[in-house]
Ligand binder design. Sequence first.
Ligand code: MN
Length: 338
Amino acid sequence: MKRFLSIILMTTVLLTGGQTMAKTLNVEQESIAEVAAYAARGNQEGLKKALIKGLDNKVPVNTFKEILVQSYAYCGFPRSLNALSTLMQVVEERGNKDALGKEPSAKPAGNALTYGTENQTKLVGTEVKGKLFDFAPAIDEYLKAHLFGDIFARDNVDWKTRELATIAMLAARDGVESQLDAHINIGKHNGLTDEEVAQIKTIADKTGNDSLLFGFGEENPYGKYFTGKSYLNPITTENGVPMYNVTFEPKCRNNWHIHHKGGQILLVTAGRGWYQAWGEEPRELKAGDVVNIPAEVKHWHGAAKDSWFTHIAVEVPSEGGSNEWLEPVTDEEYNKLK
Ligand code: MN
């Protein structure tokens, strides 16, 4: 039996070539991450599709209800209420045929601040205190009594699943990096693996694609010059300065290439990615970064391995300008990047 297992494991490693991460989240967990991320973005259309997919995948209505109630702690009442309203509508439209699943048991006896503090300590693995909580004790009390007391005491969704949803919500929001890092640690303390965390972040990231400012577009017709899948949406091509929205899936990058005569300007709008000029160190990119690529410079650009990535490519006008596509960026070069 042991030998049989090791053959299976070896085969998995060989098939994935060590490149693709082992897929460990089940469809139910994937749906919960997707629903949580759409709710956090306030995208009701995306949320509706994700809920339908999740209910088709047999996620109980009450599991989604719990996650969307919990979402108010991370995204505020307005997004939580709108998301719950979308869930209610979807369940009604499906004829109330979906399994409701478990209801939470009765509230624990005693003081919410007391059991909430115990829950928080168990969840995090250590007592939570700090300068900020001395400065503003009210927020410490609300976190303990309300979030980790009232909400986390509801036992029809386990803590690992609640953390999975929290990581997805925070990953879908800007400006909450320290909370995201904290919840990744809490999630891992409650049984999530590094691979699962990476998958949750990728799912959350992807939910941004249907609300991209300049559109997602179609599969890139220049795909043969790319490793992995990318999507192209022409923004404007009429007035001498063509601009395209380009979205790369995680790990996707274009081949080394040169813009002859006219250069190129990249305006990064979403995700995490890379730019590298020949002979130079790779430059990490995030939303808001601008890359000026002079004509005749050999270079590539693309996504980080765990993130979708979107930039606007502005083609600098020139007479007789052209693109010269060269060799792919090898896995060996690319895998050195974080
Ligand atoms: Mn380029």
